[in-house]
Design a protein around this ligand. Structure first.
Ligand code: FDA
Length: 454
């Protein structure tokens, strides 16, 4: 009875950075749009909220200098950026649990381990330089590199366990957020190529460079504002009928008929939609070889940024710690200090088996190894738990299982009839990042504009 029926040129499923970018581009090209969003807010994996009086960026937040698509969008929307606090010493915890302070890029390991890390990094940079992030499967060794796990490849380069762990975690715990035996060398090289080089990826000052004043969710919020009534919240799309003539998207309480659709959601969620007729077998198979990584982003707010008084920058990491990396995440102009730590893959599984109190204790204990006992007494504590969000189901993003990238990667962005796909999880440059979401939103929109004119 109360079903709203709309007719538009393009229906966009998902009001994250990808979908909202696409919708704005399509409108600029003179096409009419409707964006259907399952949640009661826009932004998807970008979400700024106030928790116990602290403004926290629950999802994505950092911008790095190579991310032109995001940087342009941030500037065009009139948003301001600020740098992550980074004055003072960084901290590394070694295999025996000893805390070391250091400055510069190379962290304090034995000279032989340092040499091995430098040598393998050089080898990786050379391999990454040969990879086109938009077509990693096109490399002549793609299949070979996709058949070996990231862990197995590293272990074949050296017997130095500390070197392996430190090299592994840049694309493992820190990026794909999966155990390093579950994804391939090729997938790891794509992750690095998407940020320009392996060296860029391990350089916190590069990859975690700037934040947006007021939070990165302002990007989707402002993009949605421009679309006004064309964004519909609380409208999960349940069924998508498609044919050569166009599409019908059936959401809770709303039906949209359109010439084209863009599915701008994480690919692991495509199977929540009933496609009529079913998608081709290739898509059915391909989508089952993609899965979400899993990481807990931990926010701990203190009355003061106490670590700064000790001469610490807040930058801390260790492949031996529960929280493998942590940073000063104090908001712009905030007198209080905020630390952000990350707990990834199997560590995240492990701590979610504990009670909330035990989990908090274990995580704060780990942060105290970097910053001292004061870290155990935050005034606000919060864990971003994207694994339990129905419309995301993990963090940060999706990647192929071992061997899946060379087998299916080339088809991931290919439209099926009038149905197009856009998401950070299929980007080349900016893969798994907001920058990649924007790029994929632009790409899908430009494909549709071309087809609509043809
Ligand atoms: P996204 O998932 O954001 O949007 C998809 C939308 O589709 C969602 O709003 C969802 O509700 C909706 N949807 C799903 N199914 C639907 C259905 N059936 N019907 C209707 N709507 C549906 N990136 C970065 O650049 N810097 C960073 O620092 C970080 N850090 C970070 C931390 C954490 C904790 C997370 C979870 C993620 C990051 N990221 C990041 C990654 C970044 O947030 C992410 O890559 C993009 O925001 C993804 O944008 P998309 O639009 O592609 O998908």
């Amino acid at each position: 009875p109360n079903r709203t029926e709309l007719t538009r040129d393009v229906v966009i499923v998902g009001a994250g950075a990808a979908g909202l970018t696409a919708a704005n581009e399509l409108r600029r090209a003179g096409l009419s749009v409707a964006v259907l969003e399952a949640r009661d807010r826009v932004g998807g994996r970008l979400w700024t909220d106030v928790i116990d009086g602290a403004m926290l960026e629950i999802g994505g937040q950092w911008v790095s200098p190579d991310q032109d698509a995001l940087i342009d969008t941030v500037a065009e929307l009139g948003l301001e950026t600020y740098s992550r606090y980074r004055e003072g010493d960084s901290v590394y915890v070694g295999p025996d649990g000893t805390t070391h302070r250091f400055t510069g890029e190379m962290f304090p390991v034995a000279p032989e381990t340092e040499r091995v890390i430098a040598e393998i990094t050089e080898r990786l940079d050379a391999m990454v330089a040969e990879i086109d992030p938009d077509r990693p499967w096109a490399h002549e060794k793609a299949e070979e590199w996709d058949r070996i796990s990231w862990d197995a490849w590293l272990r074949a380069q050296t017997d130095d366990d500390e070197a392996v762990r430190n090299l592994a975690f840049a694309t493992g715990s820190a990026m794909l957020t999966k155990p390093t035996h579950t994804f391939s060398l090729l997938q790891s090289l794509l992750m690095a190529a998407s940020a320009g080089s392996y060296s860029n990826l391990v350089d916190a000052d590069f990859i975690l460079d700037k934040r947006v004043v007021g939070g990165l969710q302002q990007v989707p919020l402002l993009l949605a504002e421009r679309l006004g009534d064309d964004v519909h919240l609380g409208r999960p799309v349940r069924t998508l009928e498609w044919s050569g003539d166009g599409v019908t998207a059936i959401a809770d309480g709303m039906t949209v008929r359109a010439r084209f659709a863009i599915l701008a959601l994480a690919p692991v969620l495509y199977n929540r939609i009933s496609f009529v007729p079913a998608l081709p077998r290739l898509q059915h198979q391909m989508h089952q070889h993609l899965s979400m990584g899993f990481v807990i982003k931990v926010h701990a707010v203190y009355d003061t940024p106490f670590w700064r008084e000790k001469g610490l920058s807040g930058t801390a990491f260790s492949p031996y710690e529960l929280s493998h990396e942590a940073y000063d995440n104090t908001n712009h102009g905030d007198a209080r200090g905020t630390l952000v730590g990350f707990v990834s893959d199997q560590h995240a599984d492990d701590v979610f088996r504990l009670s909330a109190q035990e989990r908090k204790d274990r995580i704060l204990e780990s942060l105290s190894h970097y910053y001292g006992p004061e870290a155990k007494e935050p005034v606000v504590y919060y864990e971003s738990d994207w694994g339990s969000e129905e419309w995301t189901r993990g963090a940060y993003a999706a990647s192929f299982d071992l061997g899946g990238l060379h087998r299916y990667g080339a088809q991931l962005r290919e439209a099926v009839g009038p149905v197009h796909f856009a998401c950070s999880d299929m980007a080349g440059a900016g893969y798994q990042h907001v920058d990649g979401a924007i790029r994929m939103g632009r790409l899908a929109a430009s494909q549709i504009v071309d087809e609509a004119r043809a």
